[in-house]
Design a protein around this ligand. Structure first.
Ligand code: SF4
Length: 367
């Protein structure tokens, strides 16, 4: 038969240059990557590698570690060597750690033009060292640490100010023939952030790293990031993303992946189609949906599982999904690919769905 068409996206991707962050390509036609940042002391090599392993297992593509001290810089060679995913060293204030990170074998270095003032004179050497080692750079502008000159010029961290700071820094690298960088212009306000990335996307073709900075605790941060990234990604803007949450970094990765999956920018894995419940529900839908979600967590195959509270919309949705249940009268009709395969007692719904999901997963085999 004909090969399956790729799922539709809302807009074609904007064309950007492609760079490499270690083994991961960013920009151009490369898949949009998901990043996070460790919360351990970077100098604690074992704890940091342990967290990186958890992030890797969750699907993180690229990880960033903070390098505020010499002890942290000293830990970089071991971390860069043992991490399974590319490591980016996050450097503020101290240009000497930029060189240390490059020599340590980090895949990339993030510099903040707002707080590396001494840095402008050293761009030439940094560009040369980065070129020698195949290291890329992220020019990471942040509203909270905007270059003082631009703060004075614009009064506050406006979208224009963020973009001007980034492009100024970019021009310093360009002067030395260095172009292997991506850019971020983060702000905690999704509206300012979106505007800044729109301007940046119009002004250059460097790959863009999306982020809403200090987005807040998980609930608020997830929404702010989803809204802001969704606005940009749905118009083809953005090459790599980092969700910032005041929550464990694996949560950031899960949210990032879900945002990409929602926009068909990454193949969907497990998707629970569950109803919000209403006065017609004859089963505790929330509990059922939570139990099914928990039971299927980590399943690596694309699977839509419908969990429906009653027989009004239930059978219809359950039929559209790969697998589903429509509940009623203390029972659950279990559907597989549109066919009712059995009716089970309410108490057996969860285990039956999990069993069937595992069977379908086995049939599909590894991706
Ligand atoms: Fe209500 Fe049934 Fe729809 Fe769930 S599937 S929201 S219970 S009508």
């Amino acid at each position: 038969g004909l090969p399956a068409l790729p799922p539709p996206v809302l807009a074609p991707r904007r064309k950007t240059r492609k760079i490499k962050v270690g083994k991961v390509e960013v920009g151009g036609d490369a898949p949009i990557s998901v990043q996070s940042m460790t919360t351990t002391l970077t100098s604690d090599i074992n704890a940091t590698l342990q967290q990186i392993a958890e992030l890797t297992a969750t699907g993180c593509d690229i990880v960033r570690v903070a390098v505020p001290s010499q002890d942290d810089a000293d830990a970089l060679p071991a971390i860069a060597k043992k991490s399974q995913i590319p490591v980016i060293a996050d450097i503020h204030f101290q240009p000497k750690y930029v060189f240390a990170a490059i020599e340590a074998g980090c895949a990339a270095v993030r510099v903040n033009p707002g707080n590396i003032r001494a840095f402008d004179d050293q761009v030439k050497e940094i560009a040369a060292a980065a070129t020698d080692h195949g290291t890329s750079i992220r020019i990471g502008v942040n509203a909270g640490s905007l270059d003082k000159r631009l703060l004075a010029k614009y009064g506050k961290a406006t979208p224009e100010a963020l973009v001007e700071s980034a492009l100024w820094e970019a021009s310093l690298f360009e002067e030395h023939g260095f172009r292997d960088f991506k850019i971020s212009v983060k702000h905690n306000d999704p509206v300012v952030m979106v505007r800044a990335y729109e301007l940046l996307s119009d002004a250059c073709d460097y790959p863009l790293h999306l982020g809403v900075t200090e987005a807040g605790p998980a609930f608020q941060g997830t929404i702010k990031s989803a809204v802001a990234f969704g606005s940009l990604l749905s118009r083809g803007i953005g090459d790599t993303i980092r969700v910032s949450l005041s929550a464990p970094p694996v949560e950031e990765v899960k949210v990032g992946i879900k945002i990409l999956e929602s926009l068909n920018l990454r193949p969907r894995h497990l998707e629970i189609v569950s109803c919000p419940s209403c006065g017609r529900a004859q089963v505790d839908v929330y509990k059922l949906a939570d139990e099914v979600t928990a039971g299927l967590e980590g399943l690596e195959v694309p699977l839509r599982v419908a969990v429906m509270g009653c027989v009004v919309n239930g059978p219809g949705e359950a039929r559209e999904a790969d697998l589903g249940v429509a509940s009623g009268n203390g029972k659950g009709q279990i559907f597989v690919k549109g066919e009712v395969i059995k009716t089970v007692k309410e108490s057996e719904i969860v285990e039956t769905l999990i069993e069937e999901a595992m069977r379908i997963a086995d049939e599909l085999g590894p991706e």
